[in-house]
Design a protein around this ligand. Structure first.
Ligand SMILES: Nc1ncnc2c1ncn2[C@@H]1O[C@H](COP(=O)(O)OP(=O)(O)OP(=O)(O)O)[C@@H](O)[C@H]1O
Ligand SMILES: [Mg+2]
Length: 365
């Protein structure tokens, strides 16, 4: 069940409705892009938009994709067809207007320009997974055409990216036609709402565990729900409806096992080396910086998190040379670093938390 994100949804709606802009929604893995898009889609549908949601994949092909979208839009929304016309009664759609030739951006733009009586919202999720440069270039060109013609079609593109550039690298000229919105981590109250929803759904009582789960989750919804679910199950296994801090500890342990499986063996090996050299705590703290800052390790936050005797840049570069777990972000204006694999900071942070929670529980008992 969806929690929080009110401000985000308001600003998405404002950009679409009032400014009629195309949107790029970006943020690190698991921050809640897809969840927010689903809510946005249903709000748009209620507002009588025609909405098409597409989850992109490696093989997403421009002509194929847009043919499928057009096949779904009835001619009722075409400015040249009268609602009583035969074509509409026969249930024809925009796809029937396309030439047999492969669909070009120009032909598609012409057809889309004829939409009237509704607005069409095309949502392209997981855009970072669409690898074809050709595909991205076509999307960029389409946005340009749609904007130039003041068309009733808007695109919302979402994906994992350090910044907007990475997602729209091919098309500097469309910058003024799109608004980039970065998903922030969720606020403490939003995570509390997420946990409360889980409590209402499962009938479990999270009062004693809520604070600890929020501390571990760092505003990341997928961590909050992962830990809540595992903790709830752990309590159930004890035949208890009250989720205890010890259940959270069990949950962290299970999450660590789960996440560990997703880390590439080469990175796993480097993590083992770093731990053997006593760098577990430091890497855990660095991971927290990354998880709280959309993956970025910048000078200021690194200094705050770790007591350094050398400039942050030197420190980060030497860590990068030693283990290869972090690397400079390409073309970053502040020369920030990032972990090379999304799963690594989550794993390192959970490992650190596992130790902490264990120690705190031992001290309490
Ligand atoms: N606002 C929210 N309320 C409740 N749960 C949420 C919320 N946002 C995200 N989640 C949960 O967090 C997990 C990850 O969310 P989601 O898939 O939306 O992230 P994403 O940014 O699309 O991830 P990816 O980068 O992998 O595509 C899901 O299990 C989802 O249910
Ligand atoms: Mg997603």
């Amino acid at each position: 069940m969806f929690a929080g994100r009110t401000k985000l949804l308001e600003s998405l709606i404002r950009s679409i409705e009032d400014q009629q802009m195309h949107l790029v929604l970006f943020g690190p893995r698991g921050i809640g892009k897809t969840s927010a898009l689903h809510v946005l889609c249903s709000i748009a549908q209620e507002a009588r938009y025609v909405v098409r949601y597409i989850s992109c994949g490696e093989r997403t092909d421009f002509p194929e994709l847009f043919r499928a979208i057009l096949n779904d839009i009835p001619l009722l929304y075409h400015e040249n067809y009268d609602p009583t016309s035969d074509e509409i009664e026969d249930g024809l759609n925009f796809g029937h207007l396309l030439p047999d030739a492969p669909l070009t951006v120009a032909a598609l733009s012409d057809v889309l320009a004829k939409i009237s009586g509704t607005r069409l919202l095309i949502v392209l999720d997981e855009f970072d997974r669409a690898h074809g440069a050709e595909f991205r270039r076509s999307i960029a060109e389409l946005i340009k055409n749609l904007s130039d013609r003041g068309s009733r079609v808007q695109l919302v593109i979402a994906g994992v990216a350090q910044n907007l550039n990475e997602i729209i690298e091919h098309i500097p000229s469309i910058r003024r036609n799109i608004i980039g919105i970065q998903l922030p981590n969720m606020a403490a109250e939003e995570i509390a709402e997420l946990i409360a929803n889980g409590q209402a759904e499962s009938g479990m009582e999270f009062a004693q565990a809520r604070r600890l789960i929020a501390d571990v989750a760092l505003g990341l919804p997928y961590l909050a729900s992962l830990i809540s679910q595992h903790a709830g199950l752990a309590a159930l296994e004890r035949d208890d409806s009250q989720v205890s801090p010890a259940d959270v500890e069990t949950a962290i342990g299970r999450a660590v096992e789960e996440i560990e499986l997703r880390i590439a063996p080469a990175n796993r090996h480097q993590i083992d080396r770093a731990f053997a050299e006593g760098r577990e705590r430091e890497l855990g703290l660095l991971s927290r910086v990354a998880l709280q800052n959309s993956g970025r390790l910048d000078d200021m936050h690194v200094h705050e998190a770790i007591d350094l005797k050398v400039p942050a840049q030197d420190y980060l570069q030497s860590l990068s040379d030693l283990y290869g777990l972090i690397a400079p972000i390409n073309d970053d204006p502040r020369d920030a670093y990032a972990f090379v694999d999304d799963g690594v900071p989550v794993y390192l942070w959970m490992r650190l938390m596992q130790d902490h929670v264990l120690r705190d529980l031992v001290m309490q008992s």
